[in-house]
Design a protein around this ligand. Structure first.
Ligand code: KG4
Ligand code: ZN
Length: 358
């Protein structure tokens, strides 16, 4: 049967991703170029470096996705690309490429909000009817929202400072985990999850953020500072240089991960109670979707499971591959928008688009 095809392009941060999907969510072809290794070596993302890497790889990545799907650009029904939020220089490359591409092939353009795409990816894998609660936790964002429709999100909470993944990355960097034999190729969050497995979280005292504030917002900077002070103290005790701590690295990882998990679980619990009190979720099957890079953390998932089981809420976590940035989630959001004819622009439009933030 004929099914419309959508090409999705993602360049908001440090992944150049492209994918071609049909209307049912079947992935025909995909390609992803990750810059993680480069940024790990430089100790963080340097925006112009990320931009340059996107520039070098975008054409190949897009053509690879098309080729792998055996799809010619003329067969596409639309092109979807992330336009916000993200790093301006990185977004610019995807946007510039997409605009040229849609003009050249005369295809409609669908601007995509990166966080909305994360939020709805789960619907590509299984039917999840609106409305549902979504927790998005990545290196750039932390957000609790009710997804009420393809372009209708009610934000319940967000981070007042940095995102959990960012805090985990900074702690990992402070501990020089990239030099750790097991962690050289892992992101900060992955390194902490791995090392935490052999750690004793109770041996390091950390306070859960925002204990006395009764809302659904997050904060991770204070936690990061707490951990940094503990690391400093331990380094002095050991008489080692900054970032050379040997003992209790696993314990610090375990305590940090546990505190992030507890904070996320407590805020999510509040959000569930709020949704129940205000009848904001499907009463027959209230659902929490957790996505974003940090959502691939099994310890954090477990903490959330405790809450959702207690509250009779179904917890859905897309597989790790679909929790992190890729072209697939952007193409899927394009499919959802195309189906509902929402936010589709003509090929020649000057893209100055402000999608509604979730
Ligand atoms: O969604 P993502 O790939 O990119 C955006 O930030 O949009 O998320 C990347 C973030 C990084 O901060 C990384 O450290 C974190 O997700 N992360 C994890 C894990 N895997 C990735 N954090 C905790 N546990 C993990 N297993
Ligand atoms: Zn993301």
């Amino acid at each position: 049967a004929y099914s419309r095809l959508v090409l999705g392009i993602e360049t908001s941060c440090d992944d150049t991703g492209a994918a071609v999907l049909d209307e049912t969510g079947h992935i025909l072809g995909e390609s992803l170029h990750s810059q993680t290794e480069v940024h790990l070596r430089s100790g963080g993302i340097i925006p112009p470096v990320a931009q340059q890497l996107h520039r070098e790889h975008i054409e190949r990545v897009v053509h690879e996705a098309l080729e792998r799907g055996n799809v010619d650009p003329c067969q596409l029904s639309a092109v979807a690309a992330t336009v916000k939020p993200g790093m301006a220089l990185s977004l610019g490359i995807g946007l510039e490429f997409s605009r040229k591409f849609v003009r050249q092939h005369n295809k409609p353009f669908i601007p995509i909000h990166h966080m909305e795409a994360h939020a709805l990816t789960v619907r590509m894998l299984q039917p999840v009817p609106f409305p549902f609660l979504v927790l998005l936790v990545s290196g750039g964002h932390s957000l609790l929202a009710v997804a009420r429709g393809v372009d209708d999100f009610l934000v319940l909470g967000h981070s007042l400072d940095v995102a959990p993944g960012d805090a985990l990355d900074k702690v990992a960097r402070r501990l020089s985990l990239v030099k750790h034999p097991q962690c050289s190729t892992l992101s900060g969050g992955q390194a902490i999850e791995l090392l935490a497995k052999d750690g004793d979280r109770t041996s390091i005292a950390l306070t859960t953020p925002m204990g006395k504030i009764n809302d659904c917002c997050f904060s991770f900077t204070g936690l990061r500072n707490q951990v940094t002070m503990i690391i400093k103290k331990k380094e002095e005790e050991e008489g080692v240089e900054e970032g050379a701590l040997l003992s209790c690295v696993n314990d610090i990882a375990a305590a940090t991960q546990h505190t992030v998990a507890t904070h996320l679980a407590k805020r999510t619990h509040r959000a569930i109670l709020f949704c129940k009190a205000n009848n904001l979720l499907t009463s027959s099957n209230p659902t929490l979707v957790v996505s974003g890079g940090v959502a691939s953390n099994q310890y954090i998932r477990k903490a959330l499971t405790v809450i959702t089981e207690r509250e009779g809420v179904s917890l859905l976590c897309p597989p790790a591959k679909f929790c992190t940035d890729n072209g697939v989630m952007i193409a899927w959001n394009g499919v959802e928008r195309m189906r509902e004819e929402k936010g589709i622009l003509p090929p020649n439009v000057d893209v100055c688009y402000e999608p509604k933030a979730p």
